[in-house]
Design a binder for this molecule. Structure first.
Ligand code: GLA
Length: 387
C-alpha cells in the first residue's frame, strides 16, 4: 500500500486531507537478543517494510483510529477520548496507537486528539516489530503536528512505555529505537543502558552478500508469558550476583561468576546467554569496522545456539532454517527477535541464495511445516515524514 493510497483512505474516512503522512519501519536484529532488558548491546537494522500513517490534529479530545489492515479496512474508525485512556483496557490493535497518545499525555505533552489512518507492509506476528512500527509512526506524527520537539530516542522511550504499561507487554527498548533511529545502509549499534548509538555501515550487496529473512509463520501462543519468565529469570540472576543488570557481569570473569550461582541451573543458563551475547555484539561491531564482514557469519550461528540451548526460546522451525542454511553453504544464521517462532536471518554469498532458499523450502515441505516466506533484507531508513 503506497502513501497516496493511505492519503486517499484518510480522505474517504474523515472527509478532509490529512495534515501529513509519516512512515516507520519494522526491523530485524542482526545480533544482541534478549540483551535489551539487561542494559546490554543490540544491533538491529530497519527493513524496507513500513507502517504509513496519515494524521491530522484535533482539539476536541477525540482520538479516531483506523487501519486498512484490520477487517479488510471496511470497519468504521474506533473513537476514543484522550482523557479517558486507561492502561490495559484494550486488547485490540488500537492499544498501540492509543498507548502512544496516553504515554505522551502522561509525560505532560498536550496532545488534544487526532484523526489517524494507517496501513502497513510489515508482516504481523513475524517477529519483525510490526507493533513498534505502529507505535513509532504515531509518535512521530504527533511529535511533528503538536511541535513537541522530541528526539528519536525520546519517542522510542515513550513508545516502550506505551507497550509496557498501556498494552502490558514487558518488552525492552530495541524495537522502538530501531524503528525511530535506524539509517539506510547501516546497522544501529545501541547501548540500551544510556541509549548511546553508533551507525555502523552495513552494505552487504556491495560485498557480494545478502541477508535473507525467513519468516517461519510460527506464532507461539504462550510466547508473551515465556518472554516475561526469561526477563524475570535475568533479573533474578542480577539480584543473586549483586549487580544492577546482567550487563555489569564482565565476560572475562564469566566462569567464576557462573560458579557463584550454586544450584540455580536455569538462572545460570540465562546469565551465560546474556553475557556471551553482549560479547558477540561487540565482536560483530569490531569485525564490521575492520571490514571483515564474512567473519560475522559464525558469530550469528553461535548466537543461535546460545538462544536454543541456554536461553531456550527457539523452536523446531527456527532450528531447521539455521541448520539447513548452514548445511547449504550459508555464512551463518540465527533466529531474530523474541523467539518461539517468528523469523530467522541467514547471511549468504549472493550466488548461494537460490540454493539455500530452495533447501530451506524443501526441508520445510519434508518436515510437514507451513511454507516459510523468504525475502531479502536491505538496511533501510528509520521513521520519517513523507509529506
Ligand atoms: C522482542 C522485544 C525486544 C527484545 C527482543 C529480544 O522483540 O520487543 O525488546 O527484547 O524481543 O531481543
Amino acid at each position: 500500500m503506497g502513501a497516496q493510497q493511505v492519503r486517499d483512505g484518510f480522505v474517504g474516512l474523515y472527509g478532509a486531507e490529512p495534515e501529513g503522512l509519516w512512515a516507520a519501519p519494522g526491523r530485524v536484529n542482526l545480533i544482541g537478543e534478549h540483551t535489551d532488558y539487561n542494559d546490554g548491546f543490540v544491533m538491529p537494522f530497519a527493513l524496507p517494510h513500513v507502517t504509513v500513517a496519515a494524521v491530522s490534529r484535533r482539539t476536541d479530545g477525540l482520538l479516531r483510529l483506523h487501519s486498512a489492515d484490520v477487517g479488510g479496512g471496511a470497519s468504521a474508525p474506533v473513537e476514543l477520548r484522550v482523557d479517558e485512556l486507561t492502561p490495559e483496557s484494550d486488547r485490540d490493535w488500537t492499544a498501540y496507537p492509543a498507548g502512544v497518545v496516553w504515554a505522551l499525555r502522561e509525560a505532560g505533552h498536550a496532545v488534544t486528539g487526532a484523526d489517524v489512518h494507517l496501513a502497513s507492509t510489515v508482516p504481523a506476528g513475524a517477529g519483525l516489530s510490526s507493533s513498534a512500527a505502529l507505535e513509532v509512526v504515531v509518535a512521530l506524527a504527533l511529535n511533528d503536528l503538536f511541535e513537541l520537539g522530541l528526539r528519536g530516542w525520546q519517542l522510542a522511550r515513550l513508545c516502550q512505555r506505551a507497550e509496557n504499561v498501556y498494552v502490558g507487554a514487558p518488552t525492552g527498548i530495541m524495537d522502538q529505537t530501531a524503528s525511530a533511529c535506524c539509517a539506510e545502509g547501516h546497522a544501529l549499534f545501541l547501548d540500551t543502558r544510556d541509549l548511546a548509538q553508533k551507525q555502523i555501515p552495513f552494505d552487504l550487496a556491495a560485498e557480494g552478500m545478502r541477508l535473507l529473512v525467513v519468516d517461519t509463520r510460527v506464532k507461539h501462543a504462550h510466547s508473551d508469558g515465556e518472554y516475561g519468565k526469561r526477563r524475570a529469570g535475568c533479573e533474578k540472576g542480577a539480584a543473586l550476583l549483586g549487580v544492577d543488570a546482567l550487563r555489569d557481569v564482565p565476560y572475562a570473569k564469566l566462569d567464576a561468576v557462573l560458579g557463584r550461582l550454586g544450584d540455580e541451573e536455569e538462572v545460570r543458563r540465562l546469565v551465560r546467554h546474556v553475557v556471551t551475547e553482549d560479547e558477540r555484539v561487540e565482536r560483530v561491531v569490531s569485525l564490521l569496522e575492520s571490514g571483515d564482514t564474512r567473519a560475522i557469519g559464525p558469530v550469528l550461528t553461535e548466537g543461535h545456539l546460545s538462544l536454543r540451548d541456554d536461553f531456550r526460546i527457539s523452536c523446531p522451525e527456527l532450528d531447521l532454517v539455521v541448520d539447513t542454511a548452514n548445511a547449504s553453504g550459508a555464512l551463518g544464521a540465527r533466529m531474530t527477535g523474541g523467539g518461539f517462532g517468528g523469523s530467522a536471518i541467514v547471511l549468504a554469498e549472493e550466488t548461494d541464495v537460490p540454493a539455500i532458499t530452495k533447501a530451506i523450502e524443501e526441508a520445510f515441505a519434508t518436515a510437514g511445516f507451513t511454507t516459510p516466506r523468504v525475502f531479502e533484507a536491505v538496511p533501510s531508513a528509520g521513521a520519517r515524514r513523507l509529506a
